[in-house]
Design a protein around this ligand. Structure first.
Ligand code: AN7
Length: 378
């Protein structure tokens, strides 16, 4: 048969490794199966022969990794009869929740920090018909309110404190091991609320631990035993990168006024604090921080030298990795996967800052255009 079965999303692909009933009605937009792209041009400048891959999660249906968790969380919520979702968000969770709620035919309420989310994400929440509540506060304020509210109103919380979110997000680790046909030596991610680093470690651990092994301490309980298969022996070191202005894992505790240009990770009080520490220490990994300038320079470099446009927060993973490769902390010969968590189109305002010199206005004549081209070819 020359045709492959149509891909219909990660729940259908990994159903036997997810805590969902066999006959559940799956709410999906075809998420997952994102490309794992080997970087060609940037590693050449490093002076170290690392094998560097990016998992381009920006190619999920709403443009971020959140869709992996949302398909599972919304499928579960709908199966329980839920008619409304709620989340606090720096933008991507709200975009994803709004889309999956629309798909399921239920309501979404999203709390976002006033004026501090990227334009594309706000556009998504609006277009998908969510009720958008801008709060006069930051993500951490929104998170506190949502957790209190979910106990008082008939709304399902779809932040990553919902264990079904992390169950969905763990599938990225499955895909990476399938695609590489091995376990990477390092997996590097940007860290905000710390759900994704936890979910990846859960996924790698399910592959590496046998049915009788105790689970990792980073396992968010889900009313189900972990789906340990023991099909591989290794697990990667998990490395988490934060923006310096929003780096609670580097400060050793919550940061009250988080700030960074990478608004997706402008989070001072991560909900998966203990789990992320467990993932880091069990794996022999570490946390580190990047300045906004380093993050933006790397975002630009990925777009300019590799053709890959990610949002600023995502670039933190590659920025940190490049620094750690240069210093030798990540050894030569390593295979490294960086998660690019969201698409660059989410945040057009950041891209506009680079417009100087890239965009020039010329007369509508062949001569004027020719002059402009020849000037740049020489
Ligand atoms: C692009 O949307 O928290 O450490 O509310 O959008 O699992 O929180 C977003 C987080 C990294 C951090 N990159 O992941 C939200 C939200 C992007 C993100 C993160 C986020 P976690």
């Amino acid at each position: 048969m020359p045709f492959r079965t149509r891909y219909t999303g990660l729940v259908n692909k990994y159903h036997d490794r997810l805590p969902l009933a066999d006959d559940v009605r799956v709410v999906s937009l075809g998420e997952g199966a994102t490309p794992l792209i080997r970087l060609n041009n940037i590693p050449r400048t490093l002076g170290s022969n690392v094998d560097l891959y990016v998992k381009y999660e920006g190619l999920n249906p709403t443009g971020s990794f959140k869709d992996r968790g949302m398909t599972v969380a919304v499928t579960h919520a709908v199966s329980e009869g839920s008619e409304a979702l709620i989340c606090a968000s720096t933008g991507n969770t709200s975009a994803s929740a709004a889309a999956y709620a629309a798909r399921a035919g239920i309501k979404a309420f999203v709390l976002i920090p006033d004026g501090k989310i990227a334009l594309g994400k706000l556009a998504q929440a609006i277009m998908h018909g969510a009720t958008v509540l801008q709060i006069r506060g930051n993500f951490d304020d929104g998170m506190r309110i949502v957790k209190e509210l979910a106990e008082q109103a008939p709304v399902s919380i779809v932040n990553s404190v919902n264990p079904y979110r992390l169950q969905g997000q763990k599938t990225a680790a499955f895909e990476i091991v399938e695609e590489l046909e091995r376990v990477p030596d390092y997996h590097c991610l940007p860290v905000g609320n710390a759900g994704n680093i936890t979910a990846h470690w859960m996924g790698y651990s399910e592959l590496a631990l046998g049915p009788h092994d105790p689970p990792t301490a980073a396992y968010l309980p889900c009313g189900h035993r972990p789906f340990h298969s023991g099909v591989v022996r290794e697990r990667p070191r998990m490395v988490g990168y934060q923006a310096s202005g929003s780096a609670p894992f580097l400060r050793g505790g919550a940061v009250s006024e988080p700030e960074t240009v990478a608004t997706a990770i402008r989070i001072g009080n991560p909900q998966s604090w203990d789990y992320a520490w467990a993932a880091s220490s069990e794996s022999g990994g570490w946390f580190d921080e990047l300045t906004d300038e380093e993050i933006l320079a790397t975002q630009r470099m990925l777009a300019d030298h590799e053709g890959i446009f990610c949002e600023p927060a995502s670039a933190a993973s590659v920025a940190g990795t490049l620094r750690d490769v240069r210093s030798g902390r990540i050894e030569a010969g390593s295979t490294v996967v960086c998660t690019l968590t969201g698409h660059g189109l989410k945040d057009p305002d950041v891209a506009k800052q680079h417009a100087d010199g890239a965009v020039s206005t010329v007369d509508a004549t062949t001569g004027a255009v020719k002059d402009a081209i020849l000037g740049r070819l020489s």
